[in-house]
Design a protein around this ligand. Structure first.
Ligand code: HEC
Ligand code: HEC
Ligand code: HEC
Ligand code: HEC
Length: 378
């Protein structure tokens, strides 16, 4: 990945010219010459930000009509090493900018009218809907509602989303041996996998068809299992799978796989290492006959509800000119994803925004970015 580089000459010029970072408000007190600002934009910025302030690519921010104090402040952070970029594209500027030029060029971009809406995506982002559409390739084997009918296929419905996510990643990183066709899934992003996991977790689990008459033969062999998997195979731990009502062939095969170390897992291997084949079959029959209960978990807050918390600072509409929170509506989606990911991971300076985003999943960040990118710029 190419690392972010800021034009060295610019950084040096700014540091040499004004030795210290200038307060945005101090810069704003310099007289504004829009024509001069336009000329600088034409010379130094147009290749990436366009004359109308539209980012040339989705990871380059739109600058048109952005809060001026914010532009002045944020531009200077590039010179102080506070911003690192994950996208691979660099903001490189040839030449030197004095404080007056900086004030003029950013004043020019701030004075531009908001860009007409170019995004055609919908602002409505639902984890469930996104998960449902992404899960299409899975349904051939796992069924659309996560309750498969083919023997030997695991049920995903009603499992905890965290377990489903960990399991999917275990196939991707090779901890688990990849079943046929799972290879295709390696292209899924973290956000995609989170949405799919939530979709399957929210499907009501259906009991497996069982004809076993001797289901209780295995019960006394399962006392060691209940501590983690729940007394009747319905786990309440986010990273431990439900076994109740799971497919009997799948259970049978997996317990043997843990015993024989075909599926590697230290804890599970230790617990089943002494079991013989017939004991394992009885255990599988016992759990398969139990009625499955969905795992309880708190669903993530819907995106529109989260956005209300953001608008507290980001939609002040000029009511407070000293407020530095930038406008988000109509901003480019990839840029917003990059910015929020960097804040979350503590790599982009602002402690306020780090606190806001520290607990966000990739799917939440994708959802918020989609929501704001689809709004009309103002
Ligand atoms: C080679 C492409 C390129 C050029 C030339 C360029 N920029 Fe940028 N600019 C970027 C990229 C990419 C980012 C986003 C970096 C990031 O993710 O932090 C950015 C970010 C910014 C930001 C931060 C916006 C925000 O919402 O936080 C400002 C302000 C800015 N540029 C102003 C300028 C000005 C003024 C010029 C001309 C003097 C200029 N840029 C020239 C690529 C460029
Ligand atoms: C061609 C058939 C097939 C397709 C398509 C498929 N799977 Fe699977 N999946 C399997 C099989 C077989 C297993 C059992 C593998 C094993 O024994 O480890 C499995 C296991 C899993 C498990 C682990 C379940 C558990 O209880 O531990 C998860 C999670 C999973 N698949 C998710 C997915 C997702 C998500 C998709 C789609 C993006 C998908 N699978 C597509 C066949 C498939
Ligand atoms: C100390 C906690 C613990 C105990 C006790 C335990 N398990 Fe597990 N079990 C786990 C964890 C964690 C996993 C998930 C491992 C993985 O990702 O492969 C798991 C996975 C499984 C699976 C795979 C389910 C699936 O959907 O792929 C089966 C089957 C299973 N356990 C059966 C048993 C049986 C039978 C016993 C008792 C003899 C038992 N476990 C006892 C923690 C435990
Ligand atoms: C307490 C006030 C506050 C709240 C609440 C807040 N923000 Fe911010 N946000 C800021 C400030 C201040 C900045 C500028 C930080 C900087 O200089 O990097 C910012 C910057 C950003 C940026 C960077 C924009 C750009 O052009 O580079 C994004 C994206 C963002 N916030 C998204 C959000 C989202 C999404 C929420 C709600 C989940 C939110 N913010 C809630 C104050 C806030």
């Amino acid at each position: 990945m190419k690392k972010y580089v800021i034009g060295i000459s610019l950084a040096v010029a700014l540091l040499a010219g004004c030795s210290e970072k200038q307060e945005p408000t101090a810069l704003q007190q310099l007289p504004l010459d829009l024509e001069a600002g336009k000329a600088i934009a034409q010379q130094h910025c147009v290749s990436c930000h366009s004359m109308d302030g539209q980012g040339k690519k989705d990871n380059i921010p739109n600058l048109a009509a952005q809060v001026e104090t914010y532009l002045l402040k944020t531009f200077q952070t590039y010179n102080h090493g506070k911003r690192t970029d994950s996208s691979g594209d660099a903001m490189e500027i040839s030449g030197e900018l004095s404080p007056a030029q900086l004030r003029n060029v950013l004043g020019y971009f701030a004075s531009l009218p908001p860009l007409a809406k170019s995004s055609t995506t919908s602002a409505r982002y639902s984890y469930y809907d996104r998960g449902e559409s992404l899960s299409k390739p899975c349904t051939r084997c796992h069924s659309a509602d996560g309750n498969p009918t083919a023997p030997g296929m695991p049920r995903l419905a009603g499992q905890h989303p965290q377990y489903l996510l960990e399991a999917t990643k275990a196939y991707q990183d090779g901890t688990r041996i990849m079943p046929t066709m799972h290879e295709k899934l390696t292209s899924l992003s973290q956000a995609d996998m989170e949405n799919i996991a939530l979709y399957f977790a929210l499907q009501p689990p259906k009991p497996a068809p069982s004809t076993a008459t001797n289901a209780y033969d295995g019960k006394q062999l399962t006392y060691d299992c209940t501590e983690c998997h729940g007394s009747k195979g319905s786990s309440q731990d986010a990273s431990i799978p439900n076994l109740a009502g799971q497919d009997v062939y799948y259970l049978n095969e997996k317990i043997k796989a843990y015993r024989d170390k075909a599926r590697k897992h230290g804890q599970m291997h230790k617990i089943v290492s002494e079991l013989n084949d017939s004991e394992i079959e009885k255990i599988a029959v016992f759990f398969a006959a139990e009625s499955p209960k969905p795992m309880s978990f708190t669903q993530p807050e819907p995106i529109y509800a989260l956005a209300k918390q953001c608008d507290r600072c980001h939609s002040l509409d000029g009511a407070n000119p000293d407020a530095l929170a930038p406008k988000l509506e109509g901003q480019n989606r990839t840029y917003l994803i990059n910015a929020l990911t960097l804040y979350r991971d503590g790599d982009r300076g602002s402690s306020t925004m780090h606190r806001m985003s520290a607990t966000y999943s990739d799917a939440t960040i994708e959802g918020i970015a989609t929501y704001y990118a689809a709004q009309a710029a103002r």
